[in-house]
Each structure stands twice: as structure tokens, then as C-alpha cells.
Design a protein around this ligand. Sequence first.
Ligand code: LLP
Length: 423
Amino acid sequence: MHHFIYKDNELYCESVAIADIAKAVGTPFYLYSSATLTHHFNTFDKSFGELPHMTCFAVKACSNLAILRLFSTLGGGADIVSGGELYRSLKAGVDPRRIIYSGVGKTEEELRYGLVSGILMFNVESEQELEKLQKVAREQELVAPVSFRINPDVDPKTHAYISTGLAKNKFGIPVEQAEKVYLRARDMSHIKIMGVSCHIGSQLTEISPFTEALHKVKLFIKRLETHGIIIDYLDLGGGLGVRYQDEKPPHPQEYARALKKEMAGLECTLVLEPGRVIVSNAGILISQVLYTKKTETKNFIIVDAAMNDLARPSLYGAHHDILPVIRNTGKAAAGSLQIADVVGPICETGDFLARDRELPAFEQGDLMAVMSSGAYGFTMSSNYNSRPRAAEVLVKDDQFYVIRARENYETLIRDESIPDFLE
Ligand code: LLP
């Protein structure tokens, strides 16, 4: 469900005509609907009902301050993976007691920052990280709350780049080794064991890998109990998939029902770290057609957004639906469809938003919406080819707000300098 809908053949976000935003802000820009974001967050969170749980939004999916603030007003916490994400979350007003710090490579400085900020817990991923955290905590005269991320060796059946819970992936500690690590942590002076965590991958479209992982974690928690180690938080990570094309991911309610069943007999609070399922279909990328070009073999639609703005098609071969902002103009009025590649201005053949796609006959100047771009869209964008990054806009009802200004040439070079010897 989302709030990007046609009214008289013109695409709106809630009650705002997208063409009006483009006129005011220029293109390309990311556009988010606050009604969709709110609906998705609440649907997910409320699916767990009375079960003690915490929804910690995965900041990496969409990290704009305004969006983080929105989720925190809805009672959400944050799942972070860097000092930068911690900084953003705190600036956005997320309660540190609802922040979980994940990731395989936290630096000493980042561990310290998390610790002094009073976050709920660190999901520690190696014994060396544990040692480092103990050292930092002792220096700060604080006790570090930890959970260990275990690698359950479960196949999430998703794209290889975003599968994380297989034994061959870099993430977590194998279950067989984890028990020893917990016993070690229990004896450390500045470490407090809080939980067990796991995250098996992203864009999962089946429930069984989640329940399989949860079952393994549950057995592991029972084993820890025999050592007198009591677990307060079970963090199952994120990963619930969305529909980009014809996938049929489970509804959050179905997902929650299965997890709740598997949680029976456990006393702990369930922590969830959803990213994509909350924001993906709540955001789109708006771009304008610069040129069209026909060759012997192809039709090209060259637009002003590129792989630096939305990396997913180039990086994962991901599908994003493409819609015209104004339907029924020009050739499209006659219903003429064409097979075309939608490409950006970047100097790489891999720079495309769609390939061999059946599309309306877009013409120069037309606006185009690249759908389902709210997750891992702006957050994965770069300045490649010295392209200033796009603006981000949030709509609420009949108003729109620029929540990140478009970068400009000045901001591009702001932090660079030419050393004296080149003067
Ligand atoms: N928790 C942890 C520890 C994670 O590593 C991730 C995602 C999440 C939660 C959130 O997962 P989600 O609910 O969004 O599936 N750039 C890729 C996705 C990378 C996911 C990385 N980790 C893409 O565009 O498909």
C-alpha cells in the first residue's frame, strides 16, 4: 500500500501533484510520503501486538533526519551500523535506550561513542570486538551492554550480496563458537550480557528461513540458561521483503504471527530491525527525460538520474517499476508502448535504471517516477562523475517539505584542498 496515485492521469503523492514539486525543486529528487511511512511503520509494529517487542528501524535503509524523527515519534528505535548513523539517530531525537548497534567492524572510537551515549546494546560480532569493548568500557568506567550476533547458517534464499546468515558470510559468530564467547563475556568486569541477535539477510520473500533462524536462536538461549546466563532481548534483525515486481512477500502480520508462535516459552523482548519493508514503497525517485535516442538495436531514454542516484539496478540487477508522472501526453496518449533502456548520464554501460522494459513512449522533458526507491536509494547514492546528490522531499497531506537540499558544485568540493607544493 502506498500513497502515490494517479488523479486524472497525473501522479500525486498524497494530495500534492508531483509535477508541481518538480517545478519547485528541480530533478532528480527522492520523494517520500509521510502517510505511507506512518502506515507501514504502524502496521509492522502493531502486528506484534502484546508480545513484548521493539521495532528498531534499520537506519541504513533511509537515514534522513526527518524520517528518523517520524519513526521515533511513532515509538520506534534505531538499528545502526556506524558512528554516523548513531549521530543522525541522536540528532533526530531517537531515544538512545532504543538504539541497537550492529556491524562487523566497529572502531574503538565508535564503540566509545555508543557507550557514552547510553545505547541499549551492541551486537558484537567477534571475540576481538568483545575484548575491545571491554577495554573501552573499563577506560570509561562504564559497563557495556552486549548481545552477540550469532550466525545460524540458514539460507535466506535471496540475492547473494545481501544474504548474511550463511556460514560462509562474514557476519556473526558461528553457533558452535558462540557459547564459549558468552561464557567469556560473563566473566568480564565491564560487560553486561543483554541478548542474542541474528540477521540472516534482506529481501526475504518466505517466512521459513526466519522461523528456522529463530528456532536455532531459541535453542541457543535455552543452552545459555543451563549456564545461568539469562537473555533479556532476542534480536532477529530485519530482512522482510517487499514487492518490486511480482514477488509475493508475506504480509507483516503473517510474519509476526509466525514469529510470535516460535517465541512461545521465551521470556525475552523481541527486537526487530526492519528497513526495506517500512520505507521501500514509501519513496520514489523522480527524474526528467533529457533525450531519447533510437538505434538499430535499441531505444534509449536518457534521464537526469543515474546509478549514482539509485545504485540498485546496476549493482543487483534490481527491478524498479517506472511510471510516467503525467499519463496520456504526446505519443503515450495513443497508448503506444516501446521497449527501451532507461539510462543515466554516467559514463558506464552499467548505468541504467531499467533495461529492455516495456514503457510508454517517454519524450524529452517528461517526468518519470522510479518506484519503490525509498529503501537503499538515497542512502546508497554517491557523487560519482562529480554529480551533486539529489534532493529529498517529504509530503504530508497537501504540503511538501525539502528535507535535504540538492547538493551543488560548492558542496561537491567543500572538503578538498590543494597542497602548497601544487600552488
Ligand atoms: N539489520 C541488519 C544487521 C542489517 O544488516 C540489515 C540490512 C537490516 C537490519 C535491515 O534489513 P532490511 O529489513 O532492510 O532487509 N543494499 C541492499 C540491502 C542491504 C541490506 C543490508 N543489511 C539492497 O538495496 O537491496
